[in-house]
Design a binder for this molecule. Sequence first.
Ligand code: NAP
Length: 330
Amino acid sequence: MEKTYKADCGRYDRMEYARCGNSGLLLPRISLGFWHNFGESDDGDAGRNMVFSAFDRGITYFDLANNYGPPPGSAEICLGRILHDHLKPYRDELIIATKAGHAMWPGPYGDWGSRKSLMASIDQSLRRMRLDYVDIFYSHRYDPQTPLEETMTTLADIVRKGKALYVGLSKYPADKLKEAVEWLRKMQVPVVVHQVRYSLFVRDPETELLELHRSLGLGTVSFSPLAGGLLSGKYLSGIPARSRAASDSPFLTPETVRNKQGQINALHEVAFSRGQTLSQMAIAWQLRDDRVCSVLCGASSADQIQENIGALSNMRFTSSELNRISEILG
Ligand SMILES: NC(=O)c1ccc[n+]([C@@H]2O[C@H](COP(=O)([O-])OP(=O)(O)OC[C@H]3O[C@@H](n4cnc5c(N)ncnc54)[C@H](OP(=O)(O)O)[C@@H]3O)[C@@H](O)[C@H]2O)c1
């Protein structure tokens, strides 16, 4: 591995950027998530290669959370090392996001959305990533036990203290999302984005959230666009040994793969006829809708990132392709 990393000078020619809601912030249409594969199991090279490969292709948004790893915290440590050793000169070209709200440390203060928990968490995250500030700080999930006013006031204070530039929300139910945005706007806090799980297999946001985001002026960042890898070439003929489904992940079980096998193979045929891989079609299918600002993909190799970015070269779907996809999904 070379000592000094120099970013590819063509990096911005290879990516498209979209305005995040009504804000001034531009996000790449494809972003990189650090949920899996950047933890302690990584020997250092794999994570670094993925980060370099993403940035060299114009991916400027890296999405983290306090608990990403495994173990929790290790993804932030991994990125912190890469930032410190290689990406310092590029800090102003990067959007680095983290989140708090899922279980992170033992006891009553390491989880959910209290002021105590969020204030401690942002400081821990900044230390792990060796940063002075993050670009986006997310409330990772709605906390029904903490007054919304307390969580939102804390997010506002985090911005006012200069620890985050923008606020994001993640997985909020529609009614709470509206209330939260009202609180934040009243305090003149730049809340710009809501993260939702969205893919060909999980289409719930279509019923209400995508339109709600638009009316609230929030950007939609969709996560798990490949349903954890199901919507890639990975499972076309079973479960490979090195895969999320083979790793005892509660988020993608062998049973889910078996249940979806017929649909995956049929979708692959549609993708093939479009001259795309399945993962490229799954990403393009979302990006054809301009209500989706950025699609947040995970990866376990630089090759996967490169393949997924290929989605940008064909984001149009004919009505017969869309009909066939609907038929397959039933
Ligand atoms: N806000 C929230 O609550 C929340 C929740 C979940 C995720 N997220 C964010 O969303 C990001 C993405 O989530 P995700 O990892 O579930 O997303 P995903 O993009 O649906 O799945 C990523 C997995 O798909 C496989 N993959 C990706 N590209 C591939 C390719 N070209 N060929 C074959 N396999 C490919 C890899 O699996 P293998 O590892 O098996 O190779 C990779 O780890 C997370 O990192 C996180 O930043 C946010």
